[in-house]
Design a protein around this ligand. Structure first.
Ligand code: CTP
Length: 403
């Protein structure tokens, strides 16, 4: 299942230059499974054509309140939407929305809908800073209960320099819409700590010991947990993928730093999901200067690093759900069971690093979930996003059982 399957998103586009980015946003919604109804204001239609959205969504685009035969469109669209997203929202549109004006289709939809609403302003920085706009935004969010995603800082249109006013990237708006659409989850408001990526152990100031982890699996779990309403802390070594919207990032380099960051977060964590691949070894003594070729040693003495999961055993919050991974190359299930026991875990997610389509770097994974009473559940090859949702479904069940 994709996160937006069977979901209907109404995308309202108003007349700003950022509307070109809304075409990509419509595409992201569609790719995630949503049915997308686009409503363009008259001003938006000056910036971007309806054909663009019709081609991207495969559905008719709505514009006029009084188009022939469409007199009740606003009621139907408002009722059928699971979420309303207005991106970009101009200063003019927000002024009208703040006073409940229903003189055009989008204004009428906004009054008629009971769905959650996300407003994404984009405008010139002086217009954004104007006291009237500030007052309208406050009213829209505090009195009317709309979620307002503030604009980013950055280069503005027409060589206007830079300042707050830019519409956030479509991927960010998409993530916020996902959180808006999510049904109530036992994770909502809970603190979830996820680790991701490799760690690095210095050999000298320029060289290190590490592994092939990209961080994709942990990042997918962090993104999905945030979408379900959790407060997510992502403790990450150097990642090869962007960090997801909404999560608090704690960047670390070594296994010891990751262990310290996890220990600091643990007392408040309802769940810890250790998807990282911390380096198991470090150089027994790291050189403080670069080792020159002519004085290279024939071997490097290694010392073990701290086992992070094992070290959390005495410090876990009561009822916290603790999930580990087991990356194996031989006899994966047995290795996973041993880790479940040795590290006192609620579940181990086993994957085989040598299996095609699973393990490091790829966008898919084939995992087996092991539970404490001999439970064993082999999942098919799935995108990492879908594996993340499967894992979080189990975390929700465990949290629910313990509440
Ligand atoms: N892990 C950890 N601390 C480490 C190494 C691993 O907490 N120093 C965690 C991983 O994040 C994972 C689980 O322990 O959730 C198992 O990691 P894995 O690398 O499969 O196993 P190891 O415990 O390192 O054992 P081995 O390398 O011998 O298989």
């Amino acid at each position: 299942m994709r996160p937006f399957d069977r979901r209907r998103v109404l995308l309202g586009v108003t007349g700003g230059i950022a509307s070109y980015k809304s075409a990509w946003l419509a595409r992201l919604f569609g790719k995630a499974g949503a049915e997308v109804d686009v409503v363009l204001t008259a001003a938006a239609a000056e910036f971007i054509g309806r054909v663009t959205f019709e081609a991207l969504t495969g559905r008719a685009v709505h514009t006029g309140l009084f188009d022939p035969g469409r007199a009740l469109d606003h009621i139907k669209l408002a009722r059928e939407a699971h979420a309303v997203v207005i991106a970009p929202a101009t200063a003019d549109f927000m002024a009208r929305a703040a006073t409940g004006q229903a003189g055009d289709l989008l204004g009428a939809v906004l009054l008629a809908t009971k769905a959650p609403v996300l407003i994404v302003p984009a405008m010139n920085d002086a217009m954004w800073a104007h006291r009237q706009t500030v007052e309208n935004v406050r009213h829209l969010s505090e009195a009317l209960g709309y979620r307002v995603l503030p604009p980013d800082e950055g280069a503005l249109a027409a060589g206007e320099g830079s300042g707050p006013g830019r519409m956030p990237e479509p991927e960010t708006i998409f993530a916020h819409t996902g959180r808006l659409l999510e049904p109530d989850s036992p994770l909502r408001g809970k603190r979830v700590v996820v680790t991701a990526g490799p760690t690095r152990e210095a050999i000298d100031p320029v060289r290190y010991i590490s592994n092939r982890s990209s961080g994709k699996m942990g990042v997918a779990i962090a993104a999905a947990a945030w979408r379900r309403g959790a407060d997510v802390v992502l403790v990450a070594g150097p990642l090869s993928v962007p960090t997801p919207t909404g999560v608090e990032l704690r960047e670390v380099e070594t296994t010891e730093e990751m262990a310290d960051a996890v220990a600091a977060e643990l007392p408040a964590a309802a769940a810890l999901i250790m998807a990282a691949a911390p380096a198991d070894f470090r150089a027994a003594t790291a050189a403080t200067s670069k080792i020159k070729k002519k004085s290279a040693p024939s071997s490097i003495d290694l010392a073990p690093t701290r086992d992070i999961l094992a070290s959390t055993r005495g410090a876990r919050a009561k009822n916290a759900v603790i999930i580990g991974f087991a990356l194996e190359t031989d006899d994966a299930i047995r290795g996973g069971r041993e880790k479940l026991e040795a590290k006192s875990l609620d579940m181990v997610v086993v994957n085989d690093a040598r299996e095609a389509g699973a393990g490091f770097g790829v966008d898919t994974n084939r995992v087996t979930l092991l539970g404490p009473n001999g439970q064993e559940e082999a999942l098919p090859l799935l995108p990492k996003d879908a594996v993340a949702d499967e894992i979080l479904d189990r975390v929700e069940t465990l949290l629910h059982e313990r509440s």
